[in-house]
Design a protein around this ligand. Structure first.
Ligand code: NAI
Ligand code: AKG
Length: 527
């Protein structure tokens, strides 16, 4: 049974897939204080939030069972992603479900601002019929500057063209081709804000975008510019905005989001030029249902061991590609586990090479699985796909990945090399069509071993009788040999045996094997 906490209001229809799934115990507690949340978070396997719940490092450190955080929406600035990653907790979001809702809200705010609708409404409600005070400005032929032309920014640009506005955008990823195709202008941030009559921001809130629109930016703008923020509080410096409105540089601002929410007692709200909504961009029945469905599906998939569609702290791999590489996950993790047991030391450098069919695939998930297999041996079961690379990095382990189209006799091959204080060890494996994963190389020796169960790698000198003596020693300890592979460098030279046995090779049997004259090294490996 998985315990799932929903700590912000989510659409009841949207979370139905989770509610109806077997083994899912949903707890809806949307009014918990920070302290209550910290006290209870240890009970839960999954946490579902919108933008209200602050998923801080302190909370994550107390979330000892937590495996997944689902954000029903786009922005994940209320979640400490580093802390989640370090703790091996996957974060998923629902990036597409509220695009339309947020774009429509932005247009509503743009029009409210240009025609003073909220102010006029408020006056009328207070029995004031004032037609002169609320004369507006038209949008037609005015320039809208869009800062951040992602999902929402692009939708806003498209709709603003419907209002016959000229649109000019800045986004670091915006190319001339795309701008031409959309029928909009483009420029640097400075060029865009200098030209625009209305400026709307649609970037995520990150270190790089905090106070992107600051006092200096307001200086550059046209006299009487209008500002809209339906993205995130903090992209615009609220104090600088206040000063720019008071000085009449900015004619008005429409704000849905604020540096601190809830936003109630702030000097900006006292200015008649400011129209505001309490973070309602995504608040439509349709958007709330879609984001809750999307995030519920991902949480369900993850808890059931399936692939998620919208991971935030893992690179996302398209479904079709995932389908192709998923069969290699097991092989990659087993190769990592096999090799680190063989190495017997902590890895200092890990080199992973993909060849044949794998050379033109996105192999990052396989690299993570290999690293997971390696690190689990030293760091335990809390190592997972989410934190494997982070932990390797933190331990100072160098990870290199390379691809080669050369087939080396196999249609696909993963070769893993570990460098440690005592030298370099290597293992290679393949996925045999219809026969599953196989280890085909151990160091320079060729073998054919299923990476499963109890294995023993014995390095020895190629001499008559050694296999027999090894067999009798093992038999003495009541251990049955299921499979055996032997290879050698040359006649009478170094050689290797890889055995699959029916139970773990105990210390006593291992010591006895090691005492045989021709045997140099015995390594039990349990996969
Ligand atoms: N008010 C509300 O209720 C809602 C707010 N949002 C917020 O809207 C924002 C945009 O969301 P989406 O369009 O879905 O995200 P998106 O990821 O599709 O687009 C963001 C765009 O910003 C661009 N960008 C990043 N850094 C930039 C910079 N320094 N200057 C200019 N552009 C930059 C990116 O290249 C990207 O194209 C997010 O902050 C999100 O949290 C989203 C939904 C509802
Ligand atoms: O959950 C909400 O209502 C806020 C949505 C939002 O801000 C986002 O998706 O980034």
């Amino acid at each position: 049974m998985f315990n799932i906490l929903i700590s912000d209001p989510l659409s009841e229809d949207g979370i139905r897939p989770l509610r109806e799934a077997p083994n899912m115990n949903l707890v809806n507690e949307t009014n918990l204080s920070t302290e209550e949340l910290e006290d209870r978070i240890g009970e839960f396997d999954a946490l579902l939030v919108r933008s209200q719940t602050q998923v801080t490092r302190e909370l994550i450190n107390k979330a000892t069972r937590l495996k997944i955080i689902g954000r029903a929406g786009v922005g994940v600035d209320n979640i400490d992603l580093d802390a989640a990653t370090e703790n091996g907790i996957i974060v998923v979001n629902a990036p597409n479900g509220n695009t339309n809702s947020a774009a429509e809200h932005t247009i509503a705010m743009l029009m409210s601002l240009s025609r003073n609708i909220p102010q006029a409404y408020h006056a009328l409600k207070h029995k004031k019929w004032d037609r002169k005070k609320y004369v507006g400005v038209e949008l037609k032929n005015k320039t809208l500057g869009v800062v951040g032309l992602g999902r929402i920014g692009a939708e806003v640009a498209f709709r603003a063209k419907g209002q016959r506005m000229n649109v000019v955008a800045y986004d670091p990823f915006l190319t001339k081709e795309r701008a031409d195709k959309m029928g909009i202008g483009y420029g640097t941030l400075e060029e865009v804000i200098e030209q625009a009559d209305f400026i709307t921001v649609h970037t995520p809130l990150m270190k790089e975008t905090r106070h992107l629109i600051n006092a200096e930016a307001f200086e550059r703008m046209k006299q009487g510019v209008h500002i809209i923020n339906c993205a995130r509080g903090g992209i615009i410096d609220e104090d600088a905005l206040y000063d720019a409105i008071v000085s009449k540089k900015v004619a008005g601002a429409a704000l849905d989001v604020f540096e601190e929410e809830p936003f109630i007692d702030h000097k900006l709200l006292e200015l008649p030029e400011v129209v505001a909504t309490p973070h309602l961009g995504a608040s439509t029945i349709e958007a709330q249902e879609i984001v809750a469905v999307d995030v519920s599906h991902d949480v369900l998939s993850f808890l059931n061991g399936d692939v998620v569609k919208n991971p935030v702290n893992l690179p996302s791999v398209p479904g079709e590609l995932m389908h192709k590489i998923e069969p290699y996950f097991h092989l990659a993790e087993k190769l990592g586990g096999f090799l680190i047991d063989l190495t017997k030391e902590v890895a200092e450098e890990i080199n992973i090479s993909y060849s044949g069919d794998l050379s033109d695939m996105e192999v990052a998930p396989l690299t993570r699985n290999t690293i997971k297999g390696i690190l689990k041996r030293h760091l335990g079961d809390h190592v997972n796909d989410v934190n494997a690379l982070y932990l390797a990095n933190k331990k100072g382990i160098v990870v290199n990945e390379n691809k080669t189209s050369s087939t080396k006799g196999f249609t696909n091959l993963i070769t893993v090399e570990v460098k440690s204080k005592s030298g370099t060890r290597k293992v290679a494996g393949t996925l045999l069509n219809g026969f599953g994963p196989r280890i085909v190389k151990v160091d320079e020796y060729s073998v054919d071993v299923t990476p499963e169960g109890h294995l023993v790698v014995i390095q020895h000198v190629d001499q008559p009788g050694v296999i027999g003596r090894m067999g009798s020693t093992i038999a003495k300890h009541q251990i049955n040999i299921a499979t055996m592979q032997v290879d050698r460098s040359d006649i009478g030279g170094n050689a290797i045996m890889v055995l699959t046995i029916d139970k773990h090779l105990e210390e006593e049997a291992m010591e006895e094997l090691k005492s045989l004259e021709e045997i140099k090294e015995v390594t039990p490996i349990d996969l």
